[in-house]
Design a protein. Structure first.
Ligand code: SF4
Ligand code: SF4
Ligand code: SF4
Lengths: 74, 522
């Protein structure tokens, strides 16, 4: 699984973008942010907790995306 | 990039021993208030009560800064650019989705400027408003949680408009790692919002902080925050950077503890302490708004400010302005400078004409002080315990020059035999979302200045005059376009004479209401 950003909740504050160890987060249309599921490692191997979740000011905005299989550390 | 942050690391911050900062403090914090002594070109800072002169290098930093000098705030303007949307903590008085009324924060998506856009905006404003002397970055998030954008903006402005003073306003969490860079960029004013020094109190204000790649909650979070804030403050003082401490007064949560905050920041060399009222309403969607946490009344706020005043300079003229505010404090001209408009503007930045204009402002300012001093002579020898507040309608320049009906705020002065002292301001503009529209505007004004004996205006209609009188507030228009303090002292002298002769009886007035909502564009 990768993480995703719930569009309706995102304020576009950009706090998550620089914290991602994999540069998986980028600005999309309308100044909101998105996660590239191919790059997201759920922060495994980098940090104890997913950084986007830890820094995001709005609860339940950065959440697990069930459409992707669980990330496996190499 | 593995960061295994743990408590020990945060704990270590607390045991940081400050270098001896006594010398710097001697210069900065030991004086109490400093006023223009007629004609010398010196002005007051903070409360503006005393007349002690500051060391020259500090004086040069504050004299034209509307936030650091109460006197300057009548004459000089500031602007904020909203280049810093990200934040690293959460406050219970802030809803990150919408405009925040306490911190200077417009809704996050509503205004986001790139450093390049911000630099252009500064030039556009500086050419249009020559008395704009200060650029601040205050949000909408935390400027030091967006260091690249913040410092890039400072760098661009230092290059194109070197006469503009730069300042920054932060929650302090990452201040220690940025102090060195702040001093490299010649930032000589830093504001830290400090609402507590006791983590138990902090836990009621801050649900979490994001620090060293981890989210902390509760007392642990507040402990990290307070340690970092105080360490940052000490580092600023060591480098001679002036600091202002903002505190949001939250009745029942941190009102008494703020006296401890005042002591803690004073002993670390803070230049000015600014206690602001909590702005809280359910429609703001903040935790405090939803739990019904109220803000202080005007009397509660003033009492707390007064009790800290013996300790250090208190700022009473803060308008809690937004991260995109433009103009004199109390005025917001940001609507003239939207991103679309500034991108089209022809900008002609002319340092010489700005200097000439500011020289004229300086003359005007000294005239205000000379007039006040002259009038003060007439009070010499008078003794009375009477103290009273008056409200003044002004457009700036230190004069009574606004019509009663046009005023969006009143400045409040306390009159006593020691003179006229600026003690605050009351907003009376109608808050757009607050549902005040139905209400009678005059009743709103009366509630806002209910603790005042008189209101000084340039002009006032017959109807409001009578209603004000009925509410025990004397409408005074005889000082139209004259200097505020001079007029106020003259009025007070007459008042004392009337009380002495038995013509009137002095009555103590009641409390007043503090208007809710962020300062909005007119
Ligand atoms: S931190 Fe949250 S609100 Fe801010 S841009 Fe990222 S997802 Fe959006
Ligand atoms: S979970 Fe970690 S890797 Fe995935 S997007 Fe969030 S910060 Fe980046
Ligand atoms: S928010 Fe307060 S400190 Fe900042 S510019 Fe406005 S009045 Fe000054």
């Amino acid at each position: 699984m990768a993480f995703k950003i719930v569009e309706e909740n995102c304020t576009g504050c950009c706090a998550c973008e620089p914290e991602c160890p994999n540069q998986a987060i980028s600005e999309a249309k309308g100044g909101l942010f998105i996660i590239d599921p191919a790059k997201c490692t759920e922060c495994i191997g980098h940090h104890d907790e997913p950084q986007c979740v830890a820094v995001c000011p709005i609860d339940l905005t950065c959440i697990i995306d069930d459409n992707y299989p669980r990330y496996e550390a190499a | 990039m593995q960061t295994t942050h743990n408590q020990t690391e945060a704990g270590a911050v607390g045991s940081h021993t400050p270098v001896n900062i006594d010398e710097v403090m001697q210069q900065v914090a030991d004086h109490k208030g400093c006023g223009t002594s007629g004609g010398s070109g010196k002005a007051s800072c903070g409360s503006g009560a005393g007349e002690n002169d500051l060391p020259k290098e500090i004086w040069d930093k504050v004299k034209n800064h509307p936030c650091y000098s109460e006197e300057a705030h009548h004459h000089y303007a500031r602007m904020h650019v909203a280049v810093a949307p990200a934040c690293n903590i959460q406050c219970n008085y802030c809803n990150r989705k919408y405009d925040c009324a306490n911190e200077s924060r417009p809704g996050v998506v509503s205004e986001k400027l790139t450093p390049e856009q911000a630099a252009k905006k500064v030039l556009a404003v500086a050419s249009t408003i020559p008395q704009m002397t200060v650029l601040g970055i205050a949000g909408p998030g935390d400027p030091l949680a967006n260091p690249e954008k913040t410092f890039k903006t400072f760098e661009l402005i230092a290059k194109t408009a070197p006469d503009i003073k730069l300042c920054v306003s932060t929650n302090g969490l990452t201040l220690p790692e940025h102090v060195e860079r702040l001093s490299q960029y010649n930032i000589d004013h830093v504001t830290i919002t400090i609402n507590m020094v006791d983590p138990e109190v902090g836990a009621k204000i801050y649900p979490w902080v994001y620090y060293n790649k981890k989210r902390y909650a509760g007392v642990e979070a507040a402990k990290i925050l307070t340690d970092r804030q105080l360490q940052g403050l000490e580092m600023l003082t060591e480098r001679g950077i002036l600091s202002k401490i903002n505190s949001v007064m939250i009745p029942g949560i941190n009102d008494q503890p703020l006296v401890e905050v005042n002591k803690a920041v004073k002993s670390r060399g803070a230049f000015l302490h600014n206690i602001m009222p909590l702005i809280s309403a359910p429609e703001h969607g903040t935790v405090f708004g939803l739990t019904g946490q109220r803000g202080p009344t005007a009397q509660e706020l003033k009492a707390l400010q007064d009790s800290c005043e013996g300790e250090m300079n208190m700022m009473r003229h803060c308008r809690q302005c937004r991260a995109d505010a433009v103009g004199l404090l109390g005025e917001d001209r940001s609507a003239e400078f939207t991103t679309d408009k500034i991108m089209e503007m022809e900008v002609n930045y002319d340092l010489d004409s700005r200097k000439a204009y500011q020289a004229a402002v300086e003359q005007e300012r000294q005239a205000v002080v000379a007039a006040k001093q002259e009038e003060l002579q007439t009070l010499a020898g008078a003794h009375s315990d009477i103290k009273m507040l008056i409200a003044v309608a002004t457009k700036g320049s230190g004069k009574v020059n606004e019509h009663f009906g046009h005023a969006t705020e009143f400045q409040i002065y306390e009159l006593s035999t020691s003179g006229a002292k600026f003690v605050g301001h009351r907003r009376v503009d109608l808050y757009c979302q607050g549902g005040y529209g139905e209400e009678d505007a005059l009743a709103t004004v009366i509630r806002a200045i209910n603790d005042c004996h008189a209101v000084f205006v340039a002009k006032i209609g017959g109807c409001p005059k009578n209603d004000l009188k009925a509410a025990g507030i004397d409408p005074v228009d005889q000082y139209a376009n004259q200097f505020i303090e001079q007029s106020a002292i003259a009025y007070f002298k007459e008042y004392l004479d009337k009380v002495a002769s038995g013509e009137i009886e002095h009555i103590v007035k009641g409390d007043a209401e503090i208007r809710q909502g962020a300062l909005i564009a007119a």
